[in-house]
Structures are given as C-alpha cells and as structure tokens.
Write a protein that binds this ligand. Structure first.
Ligand code: PGA
Ligand code: ZN
Length: 439
C-alpha cells in the first residue's frame, strides 16, 4: 500500500480562543504517521463564505459542533478511506461532491476545512517533509517568508463595536528580517499600551489580542497609532506603515454606512472621501474591505482613485473565491485578496483562488480568523504558496504568537534571503518613498 494512503480519519470537538467549540480532525496514513488540523472561526463573516455547521439550540449558545464532528466520523471517514493523502485535489473534490451545496452547509465548512488541512498535514508527514515544503511542491512555488500585518488596536465585531473600524495594524516593510518585524512591532504594541494607560484607560484586549479601543472616534485610534509608532522611536511611513481593515460590511449595506461611534450615516461618496482623507493624512499603505461586500460600485470607484497608492484588499468582498477574484479584476475592484482557507472550505479551492490572484496580478495575504487555536497550518501555507503576506491578529495571546513563532522556525530552515520584506508593497506610495531613504 502507498505510504500516503489514508488508513484512518477521526474528528473530535476541541475549543477555540473565544471558548467556542470547534472541529479537530486527525488523519492516519499507511506509513504510520498522521496529520492533524483544527477549524478556525470568523466573527465578521462574508455572506458568500463557506458556512460552519453549528448545532443551534440553547446549549453553548447554539455554537456546538457535534453534528459537524459526526459528519466527519460517519460520512467523511468512510469516503476518504484508502484515498491518497498526497492527492489533495482528489480528496477535496470528493469532499465537495459529498457535500453538494454551494456554501458547504450540509457537511459544514468547519468539518470540511479541518479534514482538508489534516489531509495536507498527513501527506507532508508521510513524505517526511515540513508542511511548507509539501505546499510548495503542490504549487511549484518558491517558498518565501511573508511580510506580516500585525494588529495594535482591535475594533468592530472583535471589540463589542467600541469603534467601527475592525483592525488598526502595522506593517514593517522596511525591516531586513522577519525577526526585526516582530521586534519593532513589540515596541509599538507596548508603546500603544503605555499611551492607553497614560490616558487613564483600563487596558484590556480585543478578540485578536490588540488593545481594547477606548476612543471617541475612529480617527483618534489612528492618531494614537501614529503616536505609538513615534514613541517606539520610528518615523511613521519609513520603516513602519499603517494597515487598516475597515470591515465595512459590518456597518454598511446598499451604499449607506452607519458609523455608530460617531453617530453619523455616510453615503458611498462620503465614506470614500473620509477614507481618502485618512490615506492622505496618515501613513496608510494597505486597506481591507473599505466598502461593503455588496458595494461593487463603491469598491470600483475606491480602487480607481487609490489603487495606485495603497494596497486594497478584498476579504468579505472576495471570500477566497477564484471566480470572484476574476470578476473583481474585470470590474477594476481591489488589487489584493485575503486568503482564508475556511472561507473557501478546502485547501484546493484556496489554491485555486491564489492561482487566480497571481494570474490577475492581485497581491495575496494568507489570514487567520478572529477565532483561532494553536493550529499553525496557515504559516506553512503562506510560506509554501509564496503568498507574500500574512495576517494573524495581534502580538499577544498564544493562538496568535504560536503563528509568529512558527514563522521564525520556518525562517531558520529557509535562511534569511527568503524574507520578502517590502516587496508586497511595490506600486504603493511606500515603495516609491522608500527609494529615497536608506534602510
Ligand atoms: P473574522 O475577521 O475572522 O472575525 O471574520 C477577520 C477579518 O475580517 O480579517
Ligand atoms: Zn477582514
């Protein structure tokens, strides 16, 4: 029997960083080694992404996953038995056919993504190579260590909607190494905490570990982030830039945007003007979901105006879907796509999205969800897919740090030259400006 043949597969219920139940799958191969993966969970979800199967009812606030676990053990395990874990495409095609629904609502996106990733791990283990190497083999990519986006303040659905904007992040494109990115970010994170304390605020953290956003306006958060970058000894816009996830679908639809914190409603043109002013006034090099997922007109107008200046990422807007990336390019909307494996539901569909992004010249950012675990698969995907960028939340809490630390380990295996540094921000104002200062 083939060493990578699947001999056993089982799911169990485990728990995520918000204390919610989730699905873990373990896959055994004929060679005796196994692979394991856990499904993450989003809070600000796109309407077109794969659905997690939750049990409903009153227990665990309806969030239990016993049906998804049973789907793996009763239906997926017999289907995949004796299949080759090395043939990810065939495994995922079998899962998709068994489910048969557009949003994976029958088996559950959570059941499917944990299975698909566990098979990927099992195949790497059977080949006795690191996961990133197996992923690079599958895609013929040259492995690279990504440029991180790291959250300093949380917001939106991750912080009780205390501010409207979901992520206030930093990127360190001017760093010479991944390690330097983390060191600079640690200084900024701590400086931001000191600024919050100095204002007399209590200093809790939001869902992804960023500081709890005790601000009177969205712009005050931006202002404080700039102060924190300065307090860490940096000149904003040089080695360090700002990245925002507006997650506008959370407060906008049908061309209207309700900023709850500031108690005002903006139309499409007004929110584009507001974000345009932020781009002018602050060193912002990347902006995600600036308009709502149903606002193609807004996204196109925004990209037309600012696409040559900043990276514009579609998350809820593109939901890791190859067809939506192709359609966005045709419409002239966004110039980058977030890759979340559980939005697509399987590894193969995520690879297809990545291939579409490369074909259409869209930048790619592999991303975690707000509900995470110790699972570090996405680090290996970001490296093996040569994605260029990685977003896993803030710089505290072990479900986040596990990912940054895993990248350091992979970096040691790859060697320093594998770090992409500021390359993903080529064709933005940062790249043009950085030519003028020496790193
Ligand atoms: P989510 O948010 O995981 O809660 O959906 C992450 C993001 O919007 O990037
Ligand atoms: Zn997002």
């Amino acid at each position: 029997m083939n060493a990578s043949a699947i001999t056993g597969l089982r799911a169990r219920r485990v728990w995520d960083s918000r204390g919610n139940p989730t699905v873990e799958v373990e896959v055994k191969t004929a060679s005796g080694v196994s692979g394991r993966a856990i499904a993450p969970a989003g809070a600000s979800r796109g309407t077109r992404e794969a659905l997690d199967l939750r049990d409903g009812g009153t227990g665990l606030q309806g969030m239990d996953v016993r049906r998804a676990v049973a789907n793996v053990n009763d239906h997926i395990a017999p289907l995949l038995k004796d299949m080759d874990a090395n043939d990810q495409a065939a495994v995922d095609a079998a899962l998709i056919a068994l489910d048969g629904t557009p949003l994976k609502s029958k088996l559950g996106g959570n059941a499917m993504v944990a299975t698909s990733l566990a098979v990927l791990h099992a195949a790497a283990a059977a080949k006795a190579v690191p996961l990133w190497r197996h992923v690079a083999d599958l895609t013929d990519e040259t492995p690279t260590l990504p440029l991180p986006e790291i959250q300093i303040f949380g917001g939106g659905a991750h912080a009780g909607r205390r501010v409207d904007v979901q992520d206030f992040m930093v990127m360190v494109p001017g760093a010479a190494s991944f390690d330097e990115v983390l060191e600079v970010t640690s200084e900024i994170y701590r400086a931001a905490g000191s600024l919050m304390k100095a204002k007399g605020h209590s200093v809790g953290v939001a869902d992804e570990g960023g500081w709890w956003p005790v601000f009177d306006s969205n712009e005050q958060a931006l202002e404080t982030l700039v102060r924190a970058i300065e307090a860490a000894g940096e000149t904003p816009g040089e080695r360090v830039v700002i990245s925002l996830d507006i997650a506008a679908s959370e407060f906008g639809s049908k061309g209207r945007y309700r900023l709850a914190l500031e108690e005002r409603e903006l139309d499409r043109d007004q929110i584009i003007d507001l974000l345009g002013r932020w781009i002018k006034d602050y060193p912002i090099a990347s902006i995600e979901d600036p308009l709502a997922e149903d606002d193609i007109e807004g996204m196109t107008a925004f990209t037309r105006e600012f696409g040559g200046k900043v990276q514009i990422i579609g998350d809820d807007y593109l939901v890791t879907n190859a067809d939506l990336v192709a359609a966005a390019e045709k419409a002239g909307a966004c110039n980058a796509v977030l890759i979340k494996v559980n939005q697509a539901g399987t590894v193969s569909e995520s690879l297809a999205c990545l291939a579409a992004a490369k074909a259409h010249n869209y930048r790619t950012i592999v991303s975690a969800r707000s509900g995470e675990t110790e699972d570090v698969s996405i680090c290996h995907l970001a490296v093996g897919l040569n994605a260029g960028q990685l977003k896993v939340g803030s710089f505290t809490r072990s479900e986040r740090m596990a990912k940054w630390n895993e990248c350091l380990r992979i970096g040691d295996e790859l060697g320093g030259a594998a770090f992409v540094a500021g390359k993903p921000l080529a064709n933005t104002w940062w790249a043009r400006q950085s030519e003028g200062y020496s790193k």
